[in-house]
Design a protein around this ligand. Structure first.
Ligand SMILES: *Cc1c(COP(=O)(O)O)cnc(C)c1O
Length: 469
């Protein structure tokens, strides 16, 4: 499988190189040159497979030529073996023909484990084969950091540095990062905000001299392997609800457009999906595009669903590429005008094309709490605020009551106690067994000033399993 850039000017790469690449050299994102397509009979024959075996069938075409089948199978069995629920992504019924797919039974209780558990293992596999080491430097406002650390903690060939804003992530989120020890794991609390952290990561990619030749790898949601891993659970849910003979709809709590883009790909690979609902919080750039063809940057709002607090949705470029007939020059032009003027619209027929599949809703904090309380009252299910936004959007945007609607349950409610308290459902939140002593565990973290040079010096001092690069 070959991968090409959405801006048309970077060389095509194979899977192995895309895994290590991050952004393409022309500033674009990598996508498969040709998407695999499965027949209905083929998809139907996968009903009842264990999750890791389904994952093998769905993802195999993407890694062909880079990872032999037997090795890939083993990696997938290990990856999904660490989940605490045997069904990996169980469905729970909320209402008539309405389901939540629980994607929070991984080590860090959010759906990001599906991709980052796999990414860590894939990186280690490829690096071992090449006899190379890499350094990961990532910024987090919460969920990504812990999932990336959990995913990389056993990697022989990866040193991971995660920057979070000092005193500005929740205690559960901080402890999920700082209580994992290893000589290749480094938590850095920056005396600044999340944007400061992200700027330092960007600056480090732009000037990598401090790494003394060691390769720097991205773990944010633009990494193709993360998208690829997320395609699988759309097939998994549909197969349980009568697919592919019957079509299914999905509602996806969305920030960077990564998770929902995986659903779009599942559909293009042959899975009958009727409708995809883009569910955003007050940071609603995607909703403004879907409802009014305006992709315009606005200021950032802090919400009760912080994992969707974004101003720009980085993976949206991948959808735009398809909407423009895969014309890289057109995308480069759009992105230029976005950078200069802060916004764009697309031609009417392209927007209409997108609207055949996508609907959207923006949900504010008050409505989020209202939905948590409503669902708890109706079914006894306690939702996290991100999932609640998905439910709200599903209920308002649903096109057909005859078609099953699956809401992606992106996090466990215990990660976001503030929203649950505000919703006033009066149910005590308990950490799952594997995290029950989280508040007693020892923490390890280095506090550094908001200063790029200090961070880079720290990385080069510790980037080789705690020793200097
Ligand atoms: C990351 C995250 C999201 C948003 O996912 P995208 O792929 O950025 O759209 C939603 N909910 C939770 C809990 C998350 O951690």
């Amino acid at each position: 499988m070959r991968y090409i850039s959405t801006r048309g000017q970077a060389p095509a790469l194979n899977f192995e190189d895309v895994l290590l690449a991050g952004l393409a050299t022309d500033g674009g994102l990598y996508v498969p040159e040709n998407l695999p397509r499965f027949t209905q009979e083929e998809i139907a024959s996968w009903a009842g497979l264990p999750y890791h075996e389904l994952a093998f069938r769905v993802m195999r075409p993407f890694v062909t030529g880079s990872i032999p089948d037997a090795d890939f199978k083993k990696i997938l069995e290990e990856t999904y073996g660490v989940f605490s629920h045997n069904a990996i992504a169980p469905l729970r019924q909320l209402n008539g023909n309405e389901w939540v797919m629980e994607l929070f039974h991984g080590p860090t209780l959010a759906f990001k484990d599906f991709a980052l558990q796999l990414l860590g293992r894939l990186l280690d596999y490829v690096l071992h084969k090449r006899g190379e080491r890499v350094v990961i430097v990532g910024a987090t406002s919460g969920d990504t950091g812990s999932a990336a650390i959990e995913g990389c903690k056993h990697c022989e060939n990866v040193d991971i540095f995660i920057l979070h804003p000092h005193n500005r992530v929740s205690e559960v989120q901080r402890r999920q990062m700082t209580t994992i020890f290893g000589d290749n794991i480094h938590n850095i609390a920056i005396e600044g905000n999340f944007d400061d952290c992200q700027e330092m990561v960007k600056a480090s990619f732009a000037d990598q001299g401090f790494l003394k030749g060691t390769r720097l790898v991205a773990v944010n949601s633009i990494n193709w392997a993360r998208i690829m891993a997320q395609i699988v659970y759309y097939f998994h849910a549909a197969l349980q609800l009568g697919g592919p003979a019957r079509s299914v709809s999905f509602s996806v709590p969305t920030g960077n457009f990564g998770d929902i883009f995986a659903g779009y790909l599942a559909r293009n690979m042959g899975l009958p999906i009727n409708q995809l609902v883009v569910a955003t919080n007050r940071n609603d750039i995607l909703h403004r595009f879907m409802s009014g063809n305006q992709y315009v940057k606005e200021t950032l709002h802090a919400t009760l669903s912080p994992s969707m607090d974004i101003m720009v949705s980085s993976n949206f470029e991948r959808l735009l590429f398809d909407l423009h007939g895969r014309n890289g020059a057109a995308i480069a032009g759009l992105m230029d005008s976005f950078r200069q003027g802060g916004g764009f619209s697309v031609e009417a027929e392209r927007w209409t094309e997108a609207r055949k599949l996508f609907d959207s809703l923006a949900v504010d904090d008050a409505q989020t709490c209202e939905t948590i309380a409503e669902v708890f009252g109706q079914s006894g299910e306690l939702l996290d605020p991100h999932t609640a936004i998905g439910v709200r959007a599903a209920r308002e945007c649903r096109r057909s009551l005859d078609i099953p609607m699956v809401i992606l349950g992106t996090a466990h409610p215990v990660k976001f106690p503030e929203a649950v308290e505000k919703a006033g459902v009066g149910k005590a939140l308990e950490l799952p067994a594997h995290l029950s002593d989280l508040f007693e565990r020892e923490e390890r973290c280095t506090v550094l000033p908001n200063d790029l040079k200090a961070v880079q010096a720290f990385v080069s001092q510790h980037g080789n399993r705690g020793k200097p690069l």
